[in-house]
Design a protein around this ligand. Structure first.
Ligand code: SF4
Length: 373
């Protein structure tokens, strides 16, 4: 799925055109519209946009203030209902409903704000500022969900997110919300930062939540690097999420490669090149392999740098190669399912290993074609 910002009339008009162009290219990609401030106006004025989008994402902090909030929110929900579309109620701590936050701060000052796990007794000490934020975010999401249900949206058409930008905050607020409702939760560390920082922080926070069974969809919000290259690529967000889900063994997208970091025992960077080559080769082949070899995405490959851990990791993988380290015999044993398959030597180790990999995948994952006579 692809999320698109719909911020003005031009954006709303473009949605059906984008969808038509994708379909003309044979791509059936659900488009999610992200609305702030004027979603009620755009969706009402551009019914084709409302009909084309697969899901609406709205932020209850940006739907309007005072009396207008409920009216605008209801307008969006009625359109979602009429078009049978799910709605993500996306609370974000940077745009938290200020009326609600003020209400909670005042209640906290009078010690009448309680954590859901506390009893009814009045608190002696006020909650910390962060705890008030968590509770206000939870309340914003749950009140909005309740409003949507009252307006006639089915419960199974509601998704919730409560994004914050610090790892520990995200873990705490999602745990709180997960205990409070049964709605599917979309996870994401908002404004996570530049690619490396953002991927690590997002993986740390979401990894803990996913491991505890919290979260149904995920996003990594990365600030692309300026210029070109992998770190400037928007698709990196998707690849990073796939890597996270695969690392946690929650979903599989392509064969995984175990490769060592290299150290003083490696005489050259050849093993790094080989690991990269195999990685690129897998990415290139996957569209074809996915069709021809169901289950290939669970394959484990090892590309190791020397005899210390090389044979061990290679034996543990489905297929692995252990390259020669410094002062070792210039040979590269290849293991398949724990047994020595062959030993490669010479200039074409990479090409030969790819050939062995192809044959192994074909023998292991090719589906049997049943033909009728
Ligand atoms: S496998 Fe060998 S080369 Fe790779 S990190 Fe371990 S000791 Fe170093």
């Amino acid at each position: 799925m692809v999320r698109l910002t719909v911020k003005d009339e031009a954006g709303a008009k473009a949605i059906p055109e984008i969808d038509a162009k994708l379909k003309a290219e044979g791509l059936n990609i659900p488009l999610v519209g992200d609305f702030h401030y004027n979603g009620h106006l755009l969706l009402a004025k551009y019914p084709k946009c409302a009909e084309t989008l697969a899901k609406y994402r709205i932020n209850p902090g940006n739907v309007g203030y005072g009396d207008k909030h409920d009216y605008n929110f209801d307008t969006i929900i009625q359109i979602a209902r009429a078009n049978n579309k799910p709605v993500r109620i996306g609370v974000n701590w940077g745009s938290l409903d200020q009326d609600l936050l003020t209400e909670f701060m005042e209640r906290n000052a009078h010690s009448t704000l309680r954590h859901p796990e506390e009893g009814e007794a009045r608190r002696k000490d006020p909650l910390s500022f962060k705890e008030v934020i968590y509770l206000a975010m939870r309340e914003s999401a749950l009140r909005s969900a309740e409003l949507a249900i009252k307006a006639g949206l089915a419960e199974d058409r509601i998704i919730i997110s409560v994004k914050m930008s610090e790892v520990q905050d995200l873990i705490k607020v999602y745990k709180l919300v997960a205990k409070s409702c049964k709605f599917p939760l979309h996870l994401g560390l908002t404004e996570a930062g530049t690619p490396v920082q953002g991927m690590i922080s997002s993986a740390a926070a979401m990894g803990i939540l996913l491991q505890e069974g919290i979260g149904d969809t995920i996003r990594m919000s990365l600030t692309p690097s300026a210029g070109v290259g992998e770190l400037a690529d928007r698709a990196l967000e998707v690849r990073a999420c796939q890597e996270l889900l695969q690392a946690l063994e929650l979903n599989y997208f392509k064969p995984s490669i175990t490769s060592c970091p290299g150290c003083g025992r490696t005489s050259s960077t050849y093993f790094q090149q080989l690991a990269e080559e195999i990685n690129s080769y897998i990415s290139e082949q996957m569209p074809d392999w996915k069709l021809k070899y169901p289950g290939v995405e669970k394959l484990k490959i090892a590309v190791m740098g020397c005899i210390v851990n090389g044979p061990g990791e290679s034996k543990y993988a489905d297929i692995g190669i252990s390259l020669p380290g410094d002062n070792e015999e210039p040979s590269a044993p290849v293991y398949i399912e724990g047994s020595l398959h062959t030993t490669l030597r010479g200039e074409n180790i990479s090409g030969e290993f790819k050939g062995i990999l192809d044959n192994y995948i074909n023998s292991k994952f090719a589906t049997t074609l049943i033909t009728s006579s």
